[in-house]
Design a protein around this ligand. Structure first.
Ligand SMILES: [Zn+2]
Length: 119
């Protein structure tokens, strides 16, 4: 196995060709789309600039969640989540471009505020 071109994860096949970009608290922004395990961003062969953008994007995850108030959403939470998802999609497209032909990359938008608003 060429460790340079394969990302190891907890999948049965121990490597993955399917990645997912998804925001979560205290995690790396890239996941295996098969087993949902969180991958080390350092293992992904994308540019440093894009990694930093993803990490910065990740750091803003949950700005729409009012953690102190029973995980409710903040007043303009829907809008904040929307903006975050748009930015995430944009970054995902860049990841797709850089990993073209090597990996399938999908974006999984946050639905927290949307779900909350429809309660
Ligand atoms: Zn996996």
């Amino acid at each position: 196995m060429d460790s340079k071109n394969t990302i190891r994860c907890l999948c049965k096949q121990r490597e993955t060709k399917e990645l997912k970009v998804e925001g979560d608290v205290g995690a790396d922004p890239i996941w295996c789309n098969r087993c949902n395990c969180n991958l080390e961003i350092d293992e992904i062969s994308i540019s440093l600039g894009l990694k930093l953008e993803l990490i910065h994007w990740m750091g803003k995850y949950g700005e729409w969640i009012d953690w102190d108030n029973d995980d409710e959403i903040v007043p303009n939470g829907l809008k904040l989540e929307d903006q975050h998802n748009k930015q995430g999609l944009k970054l995902t497209k860049q990841v797709q471009k850089q990993l073209e032909g090597q990996y399938i990359v999908v974006f999984s938008p946050s639905t927290f505020a949307r779900r909350y608003a429809s309660k």
